[in-house]
Design a protein around this ligand. Sequence first.
Ligand SMILES: [Zn+2]
Ligand SMILES: [Zn+2]
Length: 194
Amino acid sequence: MISEGREAIVIDPGCWTTAEEHALEAYLDENGLTPVRLVLTHAHLDHVFGCAWMHTRYGLLPQLHATDLPILRNAERQGRMYGVACAPVPEPEEFLKEGDTITLGNTELRILFVPGHAPGHIALWCEKERFIVSGDVLFHRSIGRTDLPGGNMDTLLASIREKLFTLPPETVVHCGHGPDTTIGEEVRLNPFLR
Ligand SMILES: [Zn+2]
Ligand SMILES: [Zn+2]
């Protein structure tokens, strides 16, 4: 997320290798961007790998929904279990919840609480610029898995129907994995929500 004032919000820093950290740093440098906030849609490993580095490099602490804090605190142990090293994630000082707004330049992002894939999953909706960062809730013709701790299929489907499918159909969905889509397309074509 980038504002006209060249400030940026980094969402879900999945950088696992030093090369991936350098790629993010180079992108920020080349575009003259200063990261001012670090937001996590949820605390699964692949979304938090870069948190320790973001803290060392930019002094930012992660912000997320409080319900995912136990998962965040477990990241290093989870990494060992799966054989993918994850540096301990620094403790958040601020939490985000349904209805909060984050200001970036002259744009506002609204926090939507969309549990089901993870118990404390949030999405960031920009009404003005017609997009949403949906993490692992809704994908192009697919949805997030619900077999990880705290996951629940009924909860996930309710989150999508009640929070995402009620947004304007032209809203672009930036998914946590895979290509972008739009709310309207997924309302019509997503096979999991017929
Ligand atoms: Zn996930
Ligand atoms: Zn993911």
